[in-house]
Design a binder for this molecule. Sequence first.
Ligand SMILES: NC(=O)c1ccc[n+]([C@@H]2O[C@H](COP(=O)([O-])OP(=O)(O)OC[C@H]3O[C@@H](n4cnc5c(N)ncnc54)[C@H](OP(=O)(O)O)[C@@H]3O)[C@@H](O)[C@H]2O)c1
Length: 314
Amino acid sequence: MASTPFELTGKTVFVAGHKGMVGAALVRRLARENVELLTVGRNEVDLRDQAAVFGWFAKKRPQAVFLAAAKVGGIVANNTLRGEFLYDNLVIAANVIQAAHTNATQKLMFLGSSCIYPRLAPQPLREDSMLTGPLEPTNEPYAIAKIAGIKMVEAYRSQYGSDFINVMPTNLYGPGDNYHPEYSHVVAALIRRFHEAKVSGASNVVVWGTGTPRREFLYVDDLADACIHLMKSYSSDELVNIGTGEDITIAEFARVVAAAVGYTGGISFNPSRPDGTPRKLLDVSRLAKLGWRASTSLKDGIGLAYQAYLRDSK
Ligand SMILES: NC(=O)c1ccc[n+]([C@@H]2O[C@H](COP(=O)([O-])OP(=O)(O)OC[C@H]3O[C@@H](n4cnc5c(N)ncnc54)[C@H](OP(=O)(O)O)[C@@H]3O)[C@@H](O)[C@H]2O)c1
């Protein structure tokens, strides 16, 4: 089954979801490895389309796969588009993992999410807390689909000896984030709102929720680096959390973003908007033992993300 270290050099490597925030960061990071990169747009292969996925894999036979394609969004998108989040993510995972298996892909990494852990699991969240309690209701469909993908990876390792692995990133931000006014994650939403307030000269910005939930944020290029590190060096059926190991309240975080953007007005909170899980911090001790830690500070990362936002919105 597993051969660690796994040699990426000279391999054909498929990044599923290469236009997304994570996929694009993986593509940037893989440019430093000597690999033949394979990508395919949704217009050519919709990953929900089993025949299209199986046909593309049979033709390209990628030797390594990063499964970073998914239907992703913030709390409102997750809670509103519940059917789409469940269906798309289940089917994308099922199609790509099965296609990798039948086409002898040597190694596959499935990207899950910290949302798969129970809402009230002890913090920081350890990998073995998966399936120990009820999920956060607002993102349950997404989490259930991700858990199914994780279980497929585990089952294919056990039944077929596939060298497939699962990683659980924390909240991510950086170039290529989604700035949709309703459906974005908190980092992109705040960058956008503070920027617009700065430009319009608004005296106050309203942040959704109470400001008290604690969250952890990882710069997406750090995530990509961790993924390459684990792809080369890790093979086990145990999940690996990827995060910084540090969290911050949304209220404090809003001040970091405002400072990076150069917004100097007031900040208030709207408690009628949902808070989601009270705290979400990953236990990253397994990752640290595997020899990786994040290198981009929150202040630097938010500064870089804001520069990317300015470039993208031109
Ligand atoms: N963002 C986070 O904070 C975060 C946190 C933890 C884990 N993750 C995980 O990281 C992975 C990537 O997330 P992301 O933030 O990069 O999301 P993203 O920016 O929305 O990118 C998702 C990518 O998946 C592609 N995709 C979605 N549905 C598809 C379909 N039916 N057929 C083909 N391609 C499809 C999208 O293609 P189009 O460009 O054509 O739409 C896009 O390239 C996901 O597995 C997510 O669960 C993300």
